[in-house]
Design a protein around this ligand. Structure first.
Ligand code: 5AD
Ligand code: SF4
Ligand code: FES
Length: 364
């Protein structure tokens, strides 16, 4: 029997692993049809607005050693920084003044009490300075249930923790043996139990990763019923162990194209979630984020870290916006997004529709 054509697949509402693999392999006109369909679903389900999340790269200090990451603990070439309270609050005030719906506080993984308490204080202070208007998303790695609860009580309401890959074996290949897939998974469960809007994501085009792995990643997101996803191409960094395996990765253009297809297929699988057009896409293609918006994404995270630190938060090579200051990125993004006919959801939290529905069903 001949398999289904991409056009036939795009008429479906439910997709098997095999269907997803077929869509991930789509090319040429088929791929265009996939993007068109994803855009159509996005406009119908979540509208044409793009929401900004101001990204504050709070600190590049990290206790972990992920094999792919430029700021891993053992990379001695990195000059380590942590923003002062004043700098964090100034960045938050900037985001509020610019009517961003919310901010993301991201850093390497640290679990000392000093760090936990400081983040807690910052959350309270940001809530106060913005009169509760600024939404706060955290991306601070694996923590205990208690820590997640403390930060939630202080006022954070979304948390991003990428699973990186949903394949346990591949996960272990990409991390030292004391980094456990099961711990990552239980953290995601804690976050959900506590009541956060939960975001996850994966890297695309990793050494040893197959298209089947990627199909499973999408199914993982669907089964876990996440509210938000941020995923993008893996981009090598010379000062990491995984760099040695570079001959095993697809070329950058393939990773880029696969990332756009992942976004588009995810939009078909999870119609009402928030999907980020990630910065790593822009590291490969100057119009990468805009292309992702066109293919189904609806969130952009402009970097609002003070300019002088940006060169030290290099998870991967060729990271964009490292020479810009926050207001420069803002002007640039405004202009870029108007090119793809998207409105910006100024002053709105832009919560995932999916989360509201999930919550109402649970509460009601
Ligand atoms: N290429 C692309 N993304 C990376 N990340 C870390 N290192 C890289 C890399 N070399 C991503 C991980 C992590 C997020 C903060 O950055 O997915 O969760
Ligand atoms: Fe640390 Fe995150 Fe980089 Fe891993 S990916 S080394 S946890 S900053
Ligand atoms: Fe930073 Fe364009 S978004 S320079």
């Amino acid at each position: 029997m001949i398999g289904k054509t991409v056009r036939e697949l795009l008429q479906q509402d439910v997709f098997s692993r095999e269907d997803i693999v077929r869509l991930l392999f789509s090319d040429g006109d088929d791929r265009q049809q996939l993007f068109l369909k994803a855009r159509e679903v996005k406009l119908r389900e979540v509208g044409d607005k793009v929401y900004f999340r101001g990204l504050i790269e709070y600190s590049n200090v990290c206790s972990k050693n992920c094999f792919y990451c430029g700021i891993r603990k053992s990379n001695k070439k990195v000059s380590r920084y942590t923003l002062t309270d004043k700098e964090v609050l100034a960045a938050a005030a900037f985001a509020h003044a610019e009517k961003f719906g919310s901010i993301v506080i991201q850093s390497g993984e640290v679990s000392s009490e000093t760090h936990i308490a400081r983040i807690e204080r910052l959350i309270l202070a940001i809530k106060e300075l913005s009169h509760g208007e600024l939404g706060i998303t955290l991306s601070l790695g694996e923590q205990t249930h208690e820590t997640y609860s403390r930060w939630f009580s202080a006022g954070a309401h979304r948390y991003l923790l990428r699973i990186e890959t949903s394949d346990k074996n591949l996960y272990q290949e990409l991390h030292p043996s004391d980094h456990r897939f099961d711990v990552r998974l239980s953290c995601l469960h804690f976050l959900k139990q506590i009541g956060y809007q939960v975001g996850t994501g994966v890297m695309i085009g990793l050494p040893f990763q197959t298209v089947e792995h990627l199909a499973d990643d999408l199914l993982f997101m669907q089964h876990f019923d996440v509210d938000m996803v941020g995923m993008g191409p893996y981009i090598e960094h010379a000062d990491t162990p995984l760099f040695q395996c570079n001959n095993l990765s697809w070329d950058l253009q393939q990773r880029f194209s696969m990332s756009l297809k992942m976004v588009a297929i995810l939009r078909l699988l999870m119609k009402d979630i928030n999907i980020a057009a990630t910065t790593a896409l822009q590291a490969i293609d100057p119009l990468g984020r805009e292309k992702a918006i066109d293919a189904g994404a609806n969130i952009v995270m402009p970097n609002i870290t003070p300019g002088k630190y940006r060169n030290d938060y290099l998870l991967y090579e060729n990271k964009p916006c490292v020479d810009e200051e926050p207001d420069q990125c803002l002007g640039c993004l405004d202009a870029r997004l108007s090119l793809v006919n998207s409105k910006i959801g100024y002053g709105e939290w832009g919560d995932s529709h999916h989360f509201s529905l999930r919550k109402n069903t649970k509460d009601g």
